[in-house]
Design a protein around this ligand. Structure first.
Ligand SMILES: Nc1ncnc2c1ncn2[C@@H]1O[C@H](COP(=O)(O)OP(=O)(O)OP(=O)(O)O)[C@@H](O)[C@H]1O
Length: 352
């Protein structure tokens, strides 16, 4: 657990970057610091590993004040990942990743072995270890940065806008990878971003800071979206707050119809304006409109019980029928959530 106890940082020119910050980053959780530019996120993060020292207050790591630990010793237990990875350009990828093991005095073979293992863990081909950083894409470099931070298996990981320099698709992949890695590793992570979507996706808890370094609210993402503490937080969360809240509403309770399917190639008989054609394997082939045999419209699907209501609604909007197709982990159709069923579930979500 990392504890900020009434921490203030005043720079020599008088700028108050962080103002009496009280915050706990719990062990094994991702705590996200989010807020507009200049609100003191980076300053707060760097005070944890003593790259910056507070003017007032204390930071504790598992109850021990960090200012009683020598910075080099402290940093061995704290991985640090920054934007654009910050790799050493003249060192091979494998040696970049092995930086801290070398510093710890591991022999070359063991350090390199560990580095190769970590490259694989962050989703890179170990053969890339022999390249230099400039021979990798931005997203790959970012993965190397994460591998390097994990090399000595530190319990704490500080991440400062690590994914902001890559394109949106790569960024989504890196976020998904971090979630996967964290499920395995259970690190105590403090993650800085100015992107509220990233904060909501990654954070077990999200701390919203306002300019002047004051904490506006700290809460789990769902509470943040449902009960923003004030107008600043509400505005920072943006216009899509209602839609984003649906990410936290399960599709498990959605009423499904199983009488709206037909085998592909068969005629759509009956009164229903739309029927879902199924392949021989039971997967969605497409929507069949009454009176237009042979013409299949696209079927938007969601994983029943696993995806959120946001995904179900998206699936409905992608289907000409306006209904969302519920599938299992093997993409087999388990039923259809009609507009009416979605409407009922939304009403339930909004009014409890
Ligand atoms: N060395 C410094 N001397 C004086 N002021 C500084 C110094 N470093 C940062 N600041 C100021 O402290 C405030 C907080 O800066 P910080 O970098 O912590 O913000 P941030 O929230 O991380 O911003 P961004 O999202 O733009 O990176 C800003 O007003 C910044 O100008």
């Amino acid at each position: 657990m990392i504890t900020f106890d009434a921490v203030t940082k005043r720079y020599p020119d008088g700028t108050v970057a962080v103002d009496r910050l009280g915050l706990e980053a719990r062990t094994g959780e991702i705590t996200v610091l989010v807020g507009p530019s200049g609100c003191g996120k980076t300053t707060s993060l760097r005070m944890i590993n003593r790259m910056i020292d507070p003017s007032e207050g204390r930071i504790l790591l598992d109850g021990a004040p960090v200012d009683t630990v020598d910075p080099p010793v402290l940093r061995r237990g704290i991985g640090y990942v920054i934007q654009q990875a910050g790799l050493f350009p003249h060192r091979k990828v494998v040696d970049n990743v092995a930086t801290v093991p070398y510093l710890l005095g591991w022999n070359r073979k063991r350090a390199r072995g560990r580095a190769m293992e970590l490259l694989e863990r962050v989703g890179l081909d170990p053969a890339m270890g022999e390249r230099y950083p400039f021979q990798l894409s931005g997203g790959q470099q970012q993965r190397v940065g994460v591998a390097r931070a994990l090399a000595a298996d530190p319990p704490v990981l500080l991440m400062d806008e690590p994914f902001s320099a890559v394109d949106p698709v790569v960024r989504t992949n890196l976020q998904d990878e971090l979630i996967r890695l964290q499920a395995e590793l259970n690190k105590t992570i403090v993650f800085v971003t100015h992107d509220i979507d990233e904060a909501i996706k990654l954070g077990d808890r999200v701390a919203v800071l306002r300019v002047g370094g004051k904490l506006a609210q700290v809460a789990d993402p769902k509470t943040l979206l449902t009960e923003p503490a004030d107008d600043f937080v509400r505005e920072f969360l943006g216009r899509d707050r209602g839609i984003r809240r649906l990410q936290f509403v399960s599709t498990g309770g959605l009423r499904l119809r199983t009488d709206l399917t037909v085998r592909e190639g068969a005629d759509g008989r009956g009164d229903e304006p739309w029927l879902l054609a199924l392949t021989a394997e039971g997967r969605a082939a497409g929507w069949l409109a009454r009176g237009r045999p042979g013409e299949l419209g696209p079927a938007g699907t969601f994983r029943h019980g696993r995806d959120s209501m946001r995904a179900a609604l998206d699936a409905a909007l992608l289907s000409p029928s306006g209904h969302a197709v519920a599938v299992d982990e093997q993409d087999k159709v388990v039923g259809v959530a009609t507009r009416q069923a979605l409407d009922e579930a939304l009403t339930e979500a909004v009014h409890g």
